[in-house]
Design a protein around this ligand. Structure first.
Ligand code: NAP
Length: 338
């Protein structure tokens, strides 16, 4: 394939982000935009001078489309991706891969059966703070325990699709980038316990804020404890992490997303003393662009299901298990993936 021709489904923030990457790359182009929102959909289509298509089913089956970028809300990722894979297209899905494990597994199996690339937009795994922690962790031995606090702002406090349990899934599904971060560092999880307190949860699934706790045991050993606060009055996504390993301690304080994601402090403490650890200055915008480029390279080079897809699926399993534990109590054991 000389040129990868992409359809973008959705017309919000991530649609713009991916379309801008694709129009700047040499070997790719956007050939159409589809969204349920005709106003913003036409806006994106006009900006890139391509047709707007109301019905995403038509967009994902077009002969002039090689790849589909699914940039819609979480509840429609699986259906759109499945139709695109069925039509023989390569698929890039913004996180989460799907909101149920059955859907995630079906998509992975379908991509494998059709020999098509399935790639998930876990851009945060390329951000400087994640790379820095990953690099520092490999020198400190085995993980004993990680303790994290993550707080995301309410951005105005009104009703938001991202604080709607039905449309977006439980809070950790929205914070899935952070779950993915832990799995990328420490591997699959054996069991999960969780709690979740919603403020103002209504019949339509909307809530004002939520406080989630997650306790997870990694299959390879070591524990994670996470406090995840959504809709609180912080100006931007903030995080603190403390990690104890057999040979030392790591601490990180900083921001998760946006241009501030390179501003955190990473510190290593060993018997030799305490040291500030520099990490690559890769903010989320650059990591996103690199992730789009990775997908394009996978298509052009003939890779199909990359290992990161399985991690994306496992992250969904952890988010759902935490919600199940929060609702019904007790420990949820995760099935080992082959
Ligand atoms: N990689 C990252 O850093 C990152 C950052 C933020 C979000 N995300 C993920 O990216 C996805 C999109 O987020 P966003 O911030 O771009 O959201 P957004 O700005 O709200 O845009 C979503 C777009 O999809 C449209 N849409 C929703 N459901 C649809 C459906 N069933 N059929 C057709 N179009 C549909 C929406 O239309 P309406 O205008 O009618 O709602 C809107 O145009 C989410 O899954 C999120 O988890 C990733």
């Amino acid at each position: 394939m000389e040129r990868l021709r992409a359809a973008i489904v959705g017309s919000g923030g991530m649609a713009h982000t991916r379309a801008s990457h694709l129009t700047k790359l040499e070997r790719t182009s956007v050939v159409c935009v589809s969204s349920r929102n005709a106003v913003t959909g036409r806006g994106v289509a006009e900006r890139y001078n391509v047709p707007f298509i109301d019905d995403w089913r038509q967009a994902v089956t077009r002969d002039d489309v090689d790849a589909v970028f699914v940039t819609t809300h979480n509840d429609s990722h699986a259906a759109i991706a499945e139709a695109a894979l069925e039509a023989g297209k390569h698929v890039f899905i913004e996180y989460p891969i799907a909101t149920t494990l059955e859907d995630a597994d079906r998509l992975i199996a379908l991509a494998r059966a059709r020999a098509r690339v399935l790639h998930i937009g876990h851009d945060h795994a390329g951000v400087g703070w994640h790379l820095g922690i990953k690099g520092a962790a490999t020198e400190l031995g085995k993980l004993l325990a990680v303790n994290g606090v993550l707080a995301t702002p309410s951005r105005g406090g009104g009703r938001s699709v991202w604080r709607n349990r039905r449309l977006s899934g439980p809070p950790l599904m929205v914070g899935i980038a952070y779950v993915f971060h832990l799995l990328d560092l420490f591997g699959p999880v054996a069991w999960v316990e969780g709690t979740c307190a919603y403020d103002g949860l209504d019949d339509a699934g909307y809530y004002r804020s939520s406080v989630t706790t997650l306790t997870a045991a990694f299959a390879a050993g070591g524990m994670a404890q996470l406090l995840y606060i959504r809709g609180f009055a912080v100006p931007r996504d903030e995080q603190e992490q403390a990690m104890m390993f057999t040979n030392g301690f790591l601490s990180y304080r900083g921001y998760v997303s946006g241009s501030h994601s390179s501003e955190g402090h990473l510190t290593r403490v060993t018997r030799a003393g305490s040291q500030r650890v520099a990490f690559p200055e890769v903010a989320l915008a650059q990591a996103s662009r690199e992730n789009t480029e990775r997908f394009v390279a996978e298509v052009m080079d003939g890779t199909t299901v990359s290992p990161a897809v399985h991690l994306a699926r496992d992250a969904v399993a952890v988010a759902l298990a935490a919600e199940q534990s929060a609702e019904h109590g007790g420990r949820v054991t995760l099935e080992r993936r082959d």
